[in-house]
Design a protein around this ligand. Structure first.
Ligand SMILES: [Zn+2]
Length: 436
């Protein structure tokens, strides 16, 4: 595990060792293997590994890799695909790289010595927060391996091994899992579902932000109170959805959660800004630690999965506001019949009444133009300006890559709220199945 307690000092040491002087950026030269374009990569020496994701502006070949930062002894090394390192030379383009800050976008190399990102951002930099978030990136990468084991054990019905694994752990996570209220039912399948769900939730808690985590908790309380007041209606609703749908969509969401959490390190500059781009000059600054492709694929798959699971929120709203999952605002009474009326899944999602307890953030986030453009391969990306153009048959939308990453983060948070509701429904479905 890396130590981020003295990150200020470390930045200078590593820069000094590399260049024989105290400086915070290091220039390395790489040549595109396809067209020979030369890049000067100006690395803002940081404390954590720095993912690289950009494309050659000339031949559009994707260039990706990682700068591994070693603390003892302080040093770093590049591993980048589709380019080869060359000695110091006349570069065509210069690109800043930083694991912590948004950076100047790629421009023709003007050989100017701009202030490094750290100094440009020094007024906004909170060293303790940086250390905390870097630590989180390390923790999440370790947790992701365990999430896979926990998920597989549950999905393969190996409940005894799951329990043994969690019992054998002595960390904070295991302690939190042992303190879970209202979880023990005595049915191994149900209790293991709760354990594996909570294990994943606690593992990715820091990727969600406190607001989303409190929404999950408060909706779980609303759910509990509905279960107290309308148990029969809630059980009927769970049965009408069916265990297979609940299980399938929960698993799809877990796959997506793992995919988003895997991008955490690439999204560090945005986590450090609390996903607030208002103080950023998006014309000059952008992001080079995460590429458009994984974000766009995430968006499309999350969009589909949210739409496929939105019935859960619709029925819960009906119960919360009108005491019956079959009862709609317009007086219509029959859940299955109402759901059949919608030709488009996203139109169904938009039927959620705004301001009802379980409507929370789903509807406004679902953008058909962005989703369709992925399906029909009609998004365009300008590698220099980092402007993404999404286009479908009726509309065109433009946004910077950093803005699109923020949109993906919102979709991710909303999906996690829905994921928790799916879990609650699957849990009561299983209880009813075992003990009718
Ligand atoms: Zn090229």
């Amino acid at each position: 595990m890396k130590d981020y307690s003295e990150i200020k000092i470390f930045r200078s040491i590593i820069g000094a060792k590399r260049k024989g002087e105290r400086q915070m950026t290091s220039n390395s030269f790489f040549k595109c293997k396809v067209c020979g374009t030369v890049f000067r990569l100006r690395f803002q020496v940081g404390y954590s590994d720095c993912p690289i994701a950009f494309a050659c502006p000339n031949c559009l070949t994707e260039i990706s890799g990682l700068i591994s930062v070693h603390q003892k002894p302080p040093d770093f090394s590049f591993k980048v695909d589709n380019v080869s390192e060359v000695g110091e030379c006349q570069a065509d383009y210069v690109l800043e790289l930083s694991s912590e800050f948004l950076t100047h976008k790629m421009i023709a190399d003007d050989h100017a010595h701009h202030l490094p990102p750290f100094l440009r951002n020094i007024d906004f930099t909170d060293t303790n927060k940086t250390a905390r978030i870097l630590q989180t990136a390390d923790e999440i990468e370790n947790r992701l391996k365990e999430i896979k084991i926990v998920r597989d054990l549950y999905n393969n019905g190996k409940y005894d091994y799951l329990e043994r694994m969690l019992d054998g752990k002595s960390d904070d996570m295991a302690a939190a899992l042992r303190r879970l209220p209202n979880v023990e039912t005595g049915y191994p399948e149900v209790d293991s579902l709760s354990q594996s769900h909570k294990y994943i939730l606690f593992s990715v808690e820091k990727t969600l932000g406190s607001e989303t985590f409190s929404s999950i908790n408060s909706l779980a309380s609303v759910f509990e109170s509905l279960l107290g007041k309308f148990p029969g209606n809630l059980f009927s609703f769970a049965s009408s959805l069916g265990g297979a749908l609940l299980k399938e969509n929960r698993r799809r969401m877990e796959d997506l959660i793992v995919r988003f959490a895997t991008m955490y390190r690439g999204l560090l500059p945005l986590y450090l800004l609390d996903w607030d781009l208002t103080k950023t000059n998006l014309e000059t600054d952008g992001i080079t630690t995460v590429g458009l492709k994984p974000l766009h694929e995430f968006y499309k798959d999350a969009f589909e999965t949210i739409c496929d699971s939105i019935d859960v929120a619709i029925g819960l709203n009906n119960i919360a506001v009108r005491n019956d999952y079959q009862s709609f605002t317009d007086g219509h009474y029959c859940f299955v019949d109402k759901m059949r009326k919608y030709g488009f899944k996203s139109a169904k999602a938009k039927s959620l009444v705004f301001m009802e307890p379980f409507s929370f953030p789903f509807v406004s986030l679902l953008d058909n133009t962005i989703r369709n453009s992925e399906s029909h391969f009609s998004s365009k990306y300008n590698v220099l300006s980092q402007m993404v153009t999404f286009k479908d048959s009726s509309e065109k939308k433009e946004m910077y890559l950093a803005e699109f990453a923020c949109k993906c983060f919102e979709v991710y948070c909303s999906m996690c709220i829905l994921w928790d509701l799916l879990y609650q429904m699957e849990r009561i479905y299983l209880i009813r199945e075992i003990k009718p």
